[in-house]
Design a protein around this ligand. Sequence first.
Ligand SMILES: [Zn+2]
Length: 689
Amino acid sequence: MTENKRSKRYLITSALPYANGPLHVGHLAGAYIPADIYARYLRLTGEDVLYICGSDEHGAAITMRAKQEDTTPQAIVDKYHETNKADFDKIGMSFDIYHRTSSDLHRETSSAFFKALYDKGVFTEQVSEQYYDAEYDQFLADRYIKGTCPKCGNEEAYGDQCERCGSALSPTDLINPVSTLSGNKPELKTTKHWFLPMDRYQEQVKNWIEAAQGTEKWKKHVLGQCRSWFQDGLQPRSMTRDLNWGVPVPLEGAEGKVLYVWLDAPIGYISATKALTDDWASYWQSEDTKLVHFIGKDNIVFHCIIFPMLLQLRGEGYVLPTNVPANQFMNLEGDKMSTSRNHVVGVSSFLEDFPGQEDVLRYVLSMNMPENKDSDFSWSDLQARNNNELVAILGNFVNRVLVLTNKYFGGEIPEIPAAVETALEAQTAAIYDSLKAFPKTLDTLVHKYEFRNALSELMNVARMGNKFLTDTEPWKLFKTDADTTAGILRTCLDIIAVIAVYAEPFLPFTAPKLRGYLNLNEAEVKAIIEGAFRTAAGRKIEKGAHLFGRIDDAAIQLQQDKLAAAKAANEAKAEGPSYEPVKDTIQYDDFMKMDIRTGTITTAEKMKKAKKLLQLTVDLGFEQRTVVSGIAEHYTPEEVIGQKVLLLANLAPRKLRGVESQGMILMAESGGKLHFVSPGDAENGSGVS
Ligand SMILES: [Zn+2]
């Protein structure tokens, strides 16, 4: 809507994902799908947009991954940069560039950025005590230290941040710190670093955020987190690290030190823009740019406070974000997503199992987007939304209209005869009013970052069409009133045209199909965006097809089983079977002293006043033995009669509850349960060697 043009240029960023693991649906719902909807919508409505993303390839998360996979950091980032880029591509992310922070251009840009701030005297030099792992002879970057979060008690908090409560931390804040390299308690050792005295610059960032609310209100949880930071008082934070992977600190005496990854990564947005266009400065250093960062809630402090502070200190007209519409987290089947526990739905694994269903995933993630609170992805919900909404409403409506138009009007968009138009007006006036109001509603919602509601409004248009078709039943009417049938289908085709245009930001794989069914050209798309709602009568349309297919129970069960198997594997790993230590070595002769024979249990009865004991008769072929066995809590007498067993036949007899036991039946024990040791088909009386 041109009337709503709010800025000259839009600069949209999605958090740079770490190139250290595959993307899953939680990532998409957090920082990517919402930004993509926003970028596509703005492009659709004629705005000047750059949508920037790329791989974050520095930091200890990468070196740790390299250590796990027994390879180099470079190999890790090369691998995951490519796979993540491909996954984003497959799911239709419309980045203008997907750059990488290991590129020379980025290293130069971030190095120069740091140097410019250093030359301005922004940083303070501090020799401080840092955690150090003596066994590995290495200072420990934040991510190499784990411990208990002092704010929420999470025992898996990292040295820079607690991923549970979102608090930013310093390693020394952690209770019971542990080096993730050696598992030892780290020691403190002195090292020199360059700090950003955030306390000194707190006021200017705070004032900017409060003033920004006058332009565009931020989400409550985003603003709340920022205010809580200010209330606690910002602390100086080191902008350099002792690490051998990253952008080298461009100062003398800083050998072996690299830029802090959270200084380095957001500058990646700038270097990516530089890689994309020579005109980058007119986006980054201009008052006419609206900069919007899409992130997950765990990145709020970096995008709302630290990076804007650095941009303010840099000056030179650098733009600050107008908004940072961070999303909360999406859970999976009620439990936090976790790559290490394999409790995730990978983007590529989804597309392997559901080929061609990109928009089904995008739809479900959009409808469940954790815009203001944590949300949940469940397979049954995906099935229901696909079958009851995409198939039953949108797909069904479009297909019926196309089929009927082909059947009754030779596949041409019918003219509405004037008399019919008047007669139908009572029914269609409300529809055309809705179509007219819809783009404005959508525009307002998208600009308020309410993408769930925006998509719901789009589906409501399809719902309205589907209901109109069902209510008017043109398939019954045609024989007696072809003109009214023409009017009904024409109205439906107009509805489809509006959906075809505005579905693009949300369902980018479906929208081109819809436009193709109606043979809508660019000019008509533009006309619809500018407020025209009538398709061209007489134009040929296509036969159409089913846009979406039903997802059956078996396909859903398969996915639920996968998650259950991963969960079981994790629980088994976590508990792990415990093993008795192996007993002292014996000699072959010791073993040969044991006479173990095959037998069959022929009688069994419970022993009085002995819960655990059964009295058995074992047939050894050459004789019958009476054996008292401690298996009564595991087997009933009926269960063991006829059981083949191995019996230690030369064990000295001993009396149990007044009965002489003449041997011992061999049992295997596992998980507290006793199992008979099978002699297979061996004859009674045969021995073991
Ligand atoms: Zn915490």
